[in-house]
Design a protein around this ligand. Structure first.
Ligand SMILES: Cc1cc2nc3c(=O)[nH]c(=O)nc-3n(C[C@H](O)[C@H](O)[C@H](O)COP(=O)(O)OP(=O)(O)OC[C@H]3O[C@@H](n4cnc5c(N)ncnc54)[C@H](O)[C@@H]3O)c2cc1C
Length: 306
């Protein structure tokens, strides 16, 4: 009689402990996680999002349901018994060494993730909900899907999107071209992004200026040059208090929505900024909305999932 093996699910929880903490710049702190399990950590690349479960005094990691119906079980738990989780981006994977890097912005302690980031030490444990390397299909959670024939790329984001932008730059071919517009808390954080020979990087610290000011100004200056023949189209207004600010145009098969586009834009960060930029690109500049991915990574004044 042959043993029945359970089918591999697209994602699974990995128990991982902090091996090293590296302060890369004033705001970017790299957590290198290690754990035998990480030999199976799936790495589709680009902006692969993951969940990080943080233990608290009231709710340790063992309280986290990790089976197939984990989310329904989690929602059924009393709130005080649930270990909190937040969304992050895989920054580096070294499966042979069972190591994974996640770069986290260290900002004021405002929620469970920032509290953990400020106090974590080597040896501390988390759970990572990430793709299972054994899964043969597309696991989901990857939102950078440019058309096969993309003229220029426009990557725009705040500090929370910087790890994804860094990974995209590292993984795009050398022949790819485009512009990155990044706003970070401190001028010294601009050094975080890697060099790509085909990309011009406009990164700026936020000191002394309004949040988003750099993003809107630089996108307004460059978008008409990157997309001179846009025809402008209407966009439905999004109520960021009600609707999820997430639109990643895809084909029916899950790939890019278009085969080719003169410009592909990927915009991620604080929801209000992302809405403003998307409206500008689609309505005023006329970028084909099927070539614009926009993702509200976080919302000023609101905790993730609330
Ligand atoms: C797909 C995706 C990928 C992401 N990747 C990364 C990543 O690689 N690295 C990374 O650092 N972050 C990343 N983020 C953002 C991260 O999930 C949020 O910053 C996170 O919610 C912070 O959790 P918290 O517990 O500190 O605050 P929450 O409990 O979520 O919120 C508490 C308060 O803090 C505010 N807040 C949340 N984030 C910030 C911030 N960055 N700056 C200032 N105020 C904030 C909220 O508005 C709220 O008022 C990503 C988000 C998404 C959706």
């Amino acid at each position: 009689m042959s043993a029945v093996t359970a089918p591999v699910r697209p994602h699974r929880f990995f128990r991982a402990r902090v091996a090293r903490i590296t302060d890369l710049t004033p705001s970017f702190r790299r957590f290198t996680f290690v754990g035998d399990d990480l030999a199976l950590y799936g790495d589709p690349g680009f902006d692969q999002r993951i969940k990080v479960v943080f233990p608290t005094e009231a709710a340790g990691l063992d309280a986290m349901p990790t089976g197939e119906d984990w989310y329904a079980e989690y929602r059924a738990m009393p709130e005080s018994a649930r270990p909190p989780f937040r969304t992050y981006t895989t920054r580096g994977v070294r499966r042979e060494e069972t190591e994974v890097d996640v770069d986290m912005v260290s900002h004021a302690i405002l929620g469970p993730a920032s509290a953990w980031i400020a106090s974590a030490r080597p040896g501390d444990e988390v759970l990572l909900l990430a793709p299972d390397a054994r899964y043969e299909g597309e696991p989901g959670g990857l939102d950078f899907v440019p058309p096969a024939a993309t003229g220029e790329h426009l990557l725009v984001g705040d500090e929370t999107a910087a790890p994804a932008i860094a990974r995209i730059l590292e993984q795009l071919p050398r022949e790819a071209t485009g512009v990155v517009v990044l706003e970070v808390p401190d001028e010294r954080d601009c050094a975080y992004l890697p060099h790509h020979p085909g990309f011009r990087i406009y990164a700026a610290g936020r000191e002394g200026s309004e949040r988003h000011e750099h993003l809107t100004r630089v996108v307004a200056a460059h978008a008409p040059i990157l997309c001179p023949d846009g025809t402008g189209s209407d966009v439905e207004e999004i109520d960021v208090d009600r609707d999820p600010l997430w639109e990643v145009p895809r084909s029916a098969k899950g790939g890019a929505a278009l085969k080719s586009a003169p410009l592909y834009a990927w915009i991620a960060g604080e929801s209000i900024a992302v809405t403003t930029l998307r409206r500008h690109l689609v309505k005023e500049i006329g970028v084909d909305r099927r070539a614009v991915a926009f993702m509200g990574y976080w919302r000023q004044g609101r905790a993730e999932g609330s």
